[in-house]
Design a binder for this molecule. Structure first.
Ligand SMILES: [Zn+2]
Length: 591
């Protein structure tokens, strides 16, 4: 009894500590123990010192040690409670005050989010929550020419760009406010007018080549010092469609001797002809503008105006976009606005992944990818479909912190994190790839009891009923040889021989596990034909060299719900998608 009680206290203390940043609360543990064993209430005075001692011991362990203990000794604690990935701590943010932090995630909605562009989102959301501030989602769709916005991906989307919201929701990164930049053209025009009046902006009619040449030389063009009145009237005309076929852009006066030529009088607006490049939200834009949109702000202009108007306090940006921060600083200076803190983090390099949107769309057109959810893509949609846990991806990305150093990650890192979380909870089933029918000699019916998880006493059962002394089972082609001894897990030791073109299995005299160990017999899984289902698994092509593998799986699978992840013994983890006409469709997760 005493040992059992100690074990219970230890277990509940670990679980409590793990859920509270590594520090268990004595009172919480006492409450839990009394709740579980009300009869202990009478002995409370004698138990409290024991709990205090165990709490003190457990609290000296690191969070990781606690996790490992739970995983090894009490994995059901991880299942029973809300499972948390290993915690990580983000460094404090410069200039951040609780309640005053405003962050934003500002993707270009020309495709779904992928592993390469969610870092800014996760950091922005996480920091806004840490500092009890505001997290804004801003959809930056002001370039219908080179980054044509993609309005919808899923058929049931009601709102524009809803697919991005779904990605955010999956991470539980709910935005406090949502803006679409193509709704805000009037705002950009108004601020531009203010800046034209101040002489900070000017309308330039130089050709691309002239602009590049002058930039290289650090020279001003003839338009830089035009009268403000002329600039203002041309600007108004351009908004309504004038100079459509001429080189007309709006530029901001910066520093013509800046060491980076692209900073020199960068472009704030350019004309995009809606007849050539219609914006997919054209109707709603025309509705508020009163005419077609001809003049579009560049990324740097619109983004800066919005960051200011939305009160953004901290911006997370990859180091390679440092140039944008410099460009944007000219607006802040000219308008006498306070520039937000910008955190430049290092780039994450993903090995062996296609992230380029044009390559993905090209591949979809050619039929290489079946959609944005294709198993070969690193889109968030694909990870979701395959059954990854959002917290695994979140941990992978946020563990990198905000340092400006570059980091390389491979999917092995992600798999390791995800495996650690799902291994204690994923039930084990037998699956046989490339199945070959083997006739097993069996004297009488045999009940098979299969344990769903090595650390839990959960079982399922079925019966093998031989006909004329034989039962048919499936084995993986790759496990077969001409003549060999093997241990079929939970069934026994067999000698399997190939006769003509079929296989036959004869039980060995010694059925013991000791014999199998001594003879170093391979332990292999099998599927009984009388309790089997056909199975299709979608697999990233780098694993088996093809995207679909087929086989047989135990019919017990019919009892689990779609979206459940399982481990196929000796193969990999997978997620059940659905079962249709006695065929189970799975997605490969990782090994
Ligand atoms: Zn010019």
């Amino acid at each position: 009894m005493e040992e059992e009680l100690k074990d219970l206290i230890f277990r509940k203390t670990l679980s409590n500590a793990y859920k509270h940043d590594g520090k268990a609360s004595k009172d919480a543990v006492i409450r839990k123990i009394i709740f579980l064993k009300p009869e202990l209430r009478q002995r409370i005075k004698e138990i409290i010192p024991l709990i205090e001692k165990i709490v003190a011991e457990v609290n000296t362990l690191s969070l990781e040690e606690q996790y490992n203990y739970l995983l090894a000794k009490y994995p059901e604690e991880l299942k029973e409670e809300k499972i948390e990935a290993k915690r990580f701590e983000l460094p404090a943010l410069e200039g951040a005050e609780t309640g005053k932090v405003v962050t934003r995630f500002a993707p270009n909605p020309d495709g779904p989010l992928h592993i390469g562009n969610i870092r800014a989102m996760l950091l922005s959301h996480e920091y806004a929550r840490i500092y009890k501030g505001k997290f804004i989602l801003r959809l930056e769709d002001t370039d219908p020419r080179t980054k044509r916005p993609l309005l919808h991906i899923f058929k049931d989307e009601k709102k524009d760009y809803e697919y991005i919201l779904r990605d955010l929701e999956w991470f539980e990164a709910y935005p406090d406010e949502i803006y679409i930049q193509s709704d805000r053209l009037k705002i950009y025009y108004n601020i531009a007018e203010e800046m034209l009046k101040k002489g900070v902006l000017y309308v330039c009619f130089c050709s691309k080549e002239e602009i590049a040449k002058n930039r290289a030389l650090g020279k001003a063009c003839v338009h830089r010092d035009r009268e403000i009145e002329k600039n203002l009237s041309d600007f108004d005309k351009i908004i309504e469609g004038a100079y459509l076929n001429e080189n007309a852009v709006v530029r901001i006066k910066t520093d013509l001797s800046h060491p980076d030529p692209s900073v020199r009088d960068w472009i704030a607006f350019r004309i995009i002809n809606p007849k050539d490049y219609p914006h997919p939200r054209l109707d709603s834009i025309v509705a508020y503008l009163g005419h077609l949109p001809y003049l579009w702000p560049t990324y740097n202009f619109a983004s800066t105006i919005d960051d200011h108007l939305m009160g953004v306090s901290h911006i997370f940006r990859a180091k390679e976009h440092m140039g944008n921060t410099i460009k944007q600083s000219y607006i802040y200076k000219a308008m006498d606005w306070k520039q937000p803190y910008t955190i430049h983090y290092g780039r994450i390099k993903f090995e062996g992944v296609v992230l380029s949107k044009s390559k993905i769309i090209d591949g979809m057109k050619k039929g290489i990818y079946e959609g944005f959810h294709d198993v070969d893509l690193a889109t968030i949609i694909s990870f979701r479909e395959r059954g990854f846990l959002p917290k695994s991806i979140k941990q992978l990305i946020l563990e990198m912190g905000i340092k400006p150093v570059e980091a390389k990650i491979s999917f092995e890192n992600l798999h390791a994190i995800n495996r650690k979380i799902i291994d204690p909870i994923a039930d084990r089933y037998f699956f046989v790839k490339d199945p070959v029918l083997v006739k097993i000699k069996l004297g009488s019916s045999q009940k098979i009891k299969r344990q769903l998880h090595p650390s839990r006493q959960d079982f399922f059962e079925f019966e093998i009923i031989p006909e004329n002394g034989y039962a048919n089972i499936f084995l993986d082609e790759n496990d077969l040889k001409e003549d060999f001894e093997v241990r079929l897990i939970e069934l026994g030791n067999f000698r399997i021989v190939k006769r003509d073109s079929s296989y036959e299995g004869i039980p060995l005299e010694d059925q013991s596990l000791e014999y199998a160990r001594e003879k170093k017999l391979k332990l292999i899984q099998w599927v009984y034909q009388g309790y089997s289902l056909d199975c299709i698994i979608k697999v990233p092509s780098y694993i088996f060299g093809k995207k679909i593998i087929t086989g047989k799986v135990e019919a017990q699978i019919e009892k689990i719900k779609p979206n459940t992840f399982v481990q196929f013994v000796r193969y990999f983890f997978a997620k059940l998608h659905n079962i249709h006409d006695k065929v189970a469709l799975f997605y490969y997760l990782h090994d």
